[in-house]
Design a protein around this ligand. Structure first.
Ligand SMILES: [Zn+2]
Length: 269
């Protein structure tokens, strides 16, 4: 996982410990994604004032106006796809003074002891790059990585880190960066597996069955079809899952079976 925090050098972090779910280790980094997906955002966003729970600075953040968006469809991995606009790019808020970053709905959910860790390990090194007015896949990748780094530093539960990594995987998918998409989906898979074993659902608002389904979709993306099928079978027979989720699970399981048949046929030719 040597590339997880790529791109955070602009915030002052160029040598960050590697494993998200283990105590700190060393790691290196390299290039950045060149993709830019500029969108006309004016009618889809609004400004909101925040007071940083770590350093008390007041700042204005730009958030997505959910009511304005038109849902096109939901992907097999539960990523909502909207027409004309990508709200994912606006999910993370960063305090430009101290570097504390988190999902907007999580921003104030931080204990004093965690704020202290952020001050010691983030704020002391953080370099402001100025609040961005341009929300692209590239800026979203950097903002999410800062949120992942802060979550790791404040010793957030595995489910919280996994959820951030899932969304980062989605962003890299949008920007067409398959290598980083896989890197973060791998981390999301690890994190949600740990979370299911150690945490009590809901995990970041996701019920247990939904987490199982997301794990299955991640396993499929990571080409672990056997594991994906096993997890989908769990969803299909679970009493805790909704019928809608079970239908999605059956569809995805059928897709995996079809893929397996296609691969076996290709192998024989
Ligand atoms: Zn702050």
């Amino acid at each position: 996982m040597s590339d997880i925090f790529d791109g955070l050098d602009k915030f002052g972090f160029d040598e960050i410990g590697g494993d998200l779910f283990e105590p700190d280790e060393e790691k290196k980094e390299k290039k950045n994604s060149p993709v830019k997906d500029v969108v006309d955002t004016s009618s889809y966003v609004y400004k909101k004032q925040f007071t940083c729970p770590v350093c008390s600075a007041e700042f204005v953040a730009i958030l997505a106006r959910t009511g304005k968006m038109r849902l096109n469809h939901v992907e097999y991995d539960l990523r909502p796809v909207y027409d004309y606009f990508e709200p994912l790019f606006y999910d993370v808020i960063i305090c430009d003074k101290c570097g504390y970053a988190a999902l907007s709905q999580q921003f104030y959910k931080i204990m004093d002891s965690q704020a202290e860790l952020i001050q010691k390990q983030i704020s002391n090194k953080f370099k402001s790059s100025g609040q961005t007015s341009e929300f692209t896949a590239e800026t979203a990748e950097q903002r999410f990585k800062m949120a992942v780094l802060c979550a790791k530093i404040k010793k957030a539960p595995a489910g919280e880190i996994a959820y951030l990594c899932l969304k980062l995987g989605w962003i890299f998918k949008i920007s067409g960066d398959a290598e980083n998409e896989r890197l973060f989906k791998e981390q999301a898979y690890r994190g949600f597996t740990i979370a299911l074993a150690k945490e009590t659902p809901p995990i970041m608002g996701l019920e247990e069955g939904t987490v199982l389904y997301v794990l299955a979709a991640l396993a499929k993306d990571l080409r672990r079809n056997e594991e994906a099928s096993r997890l989908l079978s769990e969803v299909i027979v679970s009493k805790k899952c909704t019928e809608a989720l079970k239908t999605k699970a059956k569809d995805l399981k059928r897709e995996i079976l079809d893929e397996n048949v296609a691969t076996q046929t290709a192998d024989r030719l």
